[in-house]
Design a protein around this ligand. Structure first.
Ligand code: TMP
Length: 213
């Protein structure tokens, strides 16, 4: 856990879990309270990270990525983000909200893609160093519900969204296992409720974790 004066909160969950809505509601709430807030997404958040994001998610060339190079690209984006943005922001007391962080790599590349977990964890550790979230909110949703939400949008699906439903079930179970392994950091929030109810739960979690710092 980081010892800096800011607060580092990461959001995790499968596609369709409502992460973006919750991040928006939280950022608006904190700003209204006078808190300086920075929201960044992974992969991305820096110029280099956004280039990597394009390669990973949307470019034609990205279709040929092997699971190993995919893992290293996510880690490269994260290593850049942590040093260029997250650490300086935390140092100056900013509330940093990350739309995905290292747990995404453990779950998507390690558990769902099946890369050796020890290697994934070593690469994650190298990418983030001491910079770990104070709190991680896991928005948990049944795979079938998440699946129909993604497909109901009607937009073109990206490389990861086009995976079969079984892949997303692995993602869900992987996240639940991580939350079991690290209950002090990762809080499971039932994402199958109204956005306002979920938002209220998240505010309570933050309150508790900030007091514990
Ligand atoms: P999203 O943030 O818009 O959901 O898109 C990011 C996609 O990249 C999502 O499908 C999850 C995937 N991803 C990984 O596979 N590993 C990672 O380490 C991260 C940050 C994202």
């Amino acid at each position: 856990m980081t010892s800096s004066p800011g607060f580092l909160l990461s959001f995790e969950g499968s596609e369709g879990c409502g992460k973006s809505t919750q991040i928006r509601l939280l950022a608006e709430h904190l700003k209204a309270k006078g808190q300086t807030v920075e929201v960044m997404r992974e992969p991305g958040g820096t110029l280099i990270g956004e280039e990597i994001r394009h390669l990973l998610q949307h470019s034609k060339e990205g279709q040929a990525l092997t699971p190993e190079s995919e893992l290293l690209l996510f880690a490269a984006s994260r290593a850049q983000l942590v040093r260029e943005k997250v650490r300086p922001l935390l140092k100056s007391g900013v509330f940093v909200i990350l739309d995905r962080f290292l747990d995404s790599t453990t779950v998507y590349q390690g558990i769902a893609r099946g890369l050796p977990l020890a290697s994934v964890q070593a690469i994650n550790a190298f990418a983030v160093g001491e910079t770990k979230p104070h709190l991680t909110v896991l928005l948990d949703l049944e795979t079938a519900t998440a699946w129909s939400r993604i497909h109901a949008t009607g937009r073109e699906l990206d490389r990861m969204e086009s995976q079969p439903q079984a892949f997303f079930e692995k993602v869900r179970q992987g996240y639940l296992q991580l939350a079991k392994d690290e209950p002090a950091r990762i809080a499971i929030v039932d994402a199958d409720r109204s956005p306002e109810t979920i938002h209220g739960d998240i505010l309570n979690l933050i309150e508790t974790h900030r007091h514990a710092l």
